[in-house]
Structures are given as structure tokens and as C-alpha cells.
Design a protein around this ligand. Sequence first.
Ligand code: FAD
Length: 512
Amino acid sequence: CRNLILILGDQLSADISSLRQADPEADVILMAEVMAEATYVPHHKKKIVFLFSAMRHFAQELRDAGWTVNYVQLDDTDNSGSFEGEVRRAVRRLTPERVVVTEPGEWRVLENMRHWQDDLGLPVEIRTDSRFFCDASTFRGWADGRKQLRMENFYREMRKSTGLLMEGDKPAGGKWNYDAENRKPAKQDLFMPEPLQFEPDAITQDVLNLVEQRFESHIGQLEPFWFAVTRAQAEAAFHHFLDEALENFGTYQDAMLRGEKFLYHAVISAYLNAGLLSPKNVCEKVVEAYYADNCPLNAAEGFIRQILGWREYVRGIYWLKMPGYARENALKGSRPLPAFYWTGETSMKCVQEAVGQTLEEAYAHHIQRLMVTGNFALLAGVDPVEVHEWYLAVYADAYEWVELPNTLGMSQFADGGLLASKPYISSGNYINKMSDYCENCDYNVRKKTGEGACPFNALYWDFLDRHADELGTNPRLGQPYATWRRMPDDTKQEYLDSAKAFLAKLDAGERV
Ligand code: FAD
């Protein structure tokens, strides 16, 4: 063949740049399920099913459109287990003139690809991934010479350059950011929307069987499996969100409720990140909904900010700062990740809910990730690498380019404040305000120290005390540090003793 076009598992978009100017008569597409990628962290079973099934469906769609697709299944006898091995085998089989691929979402894989040209002895063209609003070099240009790389500034530039929610050169409604309206706690509601769910078809059923056999030791519940696995299904799921949940998306964005796994969230990140949905398209649809009076501005702006702002910004940071970024540990976290992250077996109701639904669905919404599991790990001084590997493994939407900056930067402050201007920490009070978890918890959120007190309370002050050198002069922490300094010594000591006793129990592997 002329070109061998490699399509990776998160490149399931018909307009992917590797297919540009390709010719179904002359070129062959290669897709491969490889063990190295499925196991380098112990991915959640549902995540593996989602990706393999979506890949198989995409390959089928390409064939239906007239392409020749060489698809290597995980169990194929000669499967070498790595991308490189599969490309090598395909080159031998098909003797192409060159290999074409869209850049991967992970530094490790890109580094490996850069050697292929020499190793294979033929041209390897690595193309920019044009599915994003902002490519790595444009981000670098934005970042160049700036003292601070704040998301908000980047986001405003992106609003201007795309024209999304812009009225002339002004932001719609006159303000750039309606976040202040997006912090309401939610109430239990019989009419809470649910994401659209899909029955597994024969292809998905095959993959379910494969994963059950081959990834038995991986975490997570395999069934019920209800994710979209094709672009048409993912679009239906997104339209369902537009009709049922977008209206309240902004207002309850930070809320958490017992048993409510999705609230008014879109539950589309796995689809976006695998390429089944286009970020440009979903943003345009939300702008349309706003101008058709189908949602308020705080919902539309809040949603656009997540995708046009945060999602693009974390990707920019990732490519700007790798590979060193993955090893940063500004607060020197060193505690192993507690075992309950893998089992949900803890008496802290908030953690139990967040981890429990993660194991069930390979999904938790942002505030659960940030202010429950992330907050706890940060307060407890867990090694950020272990935290990162957990997030990368357990969520269906997790790829290093998006997961690492969110975990290591935003959630664990391990980059020393490059991404977040202050650590996202809180005592039990915030969790109580934003959720109904605490009412149903074995711990008492109002009790500050001692037996039965919510562990977040003492851990919070212990964290601030422990990190006074690094964080004591942070202007955004001025208030809590002033409160801490004003506290009588014996009160301080009670907090510190309480935290110490809790961490000792944690380290001893006792149930906490
Ligand atoms: P919604 O709340 O409905 O938001 C809509 C969309 O906005 C999401 O689908 C997502 O594409 C985008 N978005 C929102 N926040 C972010 C963000 N901070 N960064 C990037 N995109 C964002 N998101 C991932 O896609 N993959 C990850 O591996 C991932 N890891 C995270 C780890 C931590 C510690 C934290 C705090 C956040 C992480 N996020 C990650 C961001 C966010 O939590 C998820 O994108 C979101 O929960 C996905 O659910 P949703 O589709 O219902 O999102």
C-alpha cells in the first residue's frame, strides 16, 4: 500500500488529521488493541470495554465507508502487545511507502513514535491533532513570557479567537464568567435526569466477555455496561443532556448528592476524549441552545468554560511542561494511597460515595474528584504519583494529557501553584454545605477533634500547619492562616493530635 495510517484508540473521529488526503484505494488503516496500553495502569474494566468496543465499531464504520482496515484484536495470535510491534508487523505485511499517524495524547507514546522513522527505515509522518481549539504550539505562544499561566486569561483569549458566546468584542451578557451563580447545593429530586443509556450489542458483548476473562484482576464493575460506543450514540447522549440537564448544569455544577451519580452533568468526557464527540460541535450546540432560550447564560457559559477553557488549558499545560511535570511534588507528599481508594471501604460517607460510584461507573463528577477524593489525598499528604495513577486508572475519560494536570496540578498542588492559585482543600464544612453526605456519615462534621469527629476537620488545619513554609504567604490563604495563627495553642494542639491519631490509624491499615 501507499500509506499505512495508524489510528489510536482515542482517535475515533472520521475527520482525524491522519485521514486527511487519504485514499481508500491506496491506503490501509491499522488499528490495534494492545496489552501494553491496556495494562500500564490497571484501567477500570468499563474503561477497557468502552475503548475496545468503540474502536471495533469505528473500524466497522470505516470499512462501511470503503476503507481497508487491518484491525488487530487483543486475542489475535500474533498480536505483539504494543503499538510499535503492531506497526512493525503491518509494515512487513503491507510494505507501505510511509506511516501516517495523528499525534497521541501522551508524551510517553509520542516519544516512542519519534523513533519509529529510524527503527522502521521509512518516513513516519506525525500530524497535529486538529480536534482541539488550541494546538500545543499556539499554547506555547500564549504562555511565552507570561509570569502566570492562569486559565481565566487563556479562556478569554479563546472566547475572542473562536467568537463563542461573544457579541462583537464583548462577552455575551457583559461578563466573562458566571461562576458565582454556579455554587448551589442540590436537593433530592424524583425528576433528576439520568444520562442516556445503551444496551450492549453483539460487538460490545464480545468485548465484555474478553475483558471479563483477560482483565479479571482489574478494578471496577463490568456490568451493567451502558456507555455509548458509536458517534451516533454519543451524539444522542449529548442531545439528551441538552434537552434534560443543561438548563441546571451551571447552577448545580458544584453540588453533590447521595446516590445521585450524575446530577446535571453532561457525562460526555469519555466520548469527547475518545473522539466520538467533537468539542467544537458540542460548544456550538450549547451556544445555539442559549440563543434559542433553552438554557440560561450561567449554564451555557459554565459549560463552554469547561471545554473551551479548562479542557484546552490543561492540554496546553501538559505539552508545555512534560516530561518533568509528571515528577513534580512541591508539597513532598509521600504517603501511599490508602487502600480504600480501590474498595470504597471507609466510614467517611463522602469518600465512600465518590469511590463507590467510581468503581460502579468509571465516573465521578468534578467536585467529587476535586473536593472529596482529591482533597482527602492532598490533606493526608499522599504521594502525587500514586494519586495520579489512581485517577488515570479508574475513570473512563482518563488519558494522561487531561488527567495529569487536573490531578497533579489542580488537585494536588504538586506543581507548586502553576495551575491553581491555591490548593483545593477544605474541612468537612464545605462538603457538608455542598452535599447531603454528612447527614448520613458515621463521623460528625460539626465535631472538630477527637473520637467521631469528621477527619477532614483536623486534617485541614494539620495540612496548613505542615505547609506554613510553602503556603503561609499565599495571599489566597491569608484568611485561614490568620485564623490558625489566632487560635489558642491548646486548640491548635488538639487539631494536630487529632490529625496525628487519624493518620496513624490510616497508616496501620485500620478502617477509617
Ligand atoms: P461536565 O461537568 O458535564 O463538564 C462538561 C465537559 O467539560 C466535560 O465532559 C469535560 O470534557 C470538560 N471539563 C470539565 N472540567 C474539566 C477539566 N477540569 N479539565 C478538562 N476538561 C474538563 N477530565 C477528563 O476528561 N479526564 C480525566 O482524566 C480527568 N481527570 C480529573 C482528575 C481530577 C483530580 C479532577 C479534579 C478532574 C479531572 N477531570 C478529568 C475533569 C472533570 O472532572 C471531568 O472532565 C468531568 O467530571 C467529566 O464529567 P462530565 O462529562 O459529566 O463533565
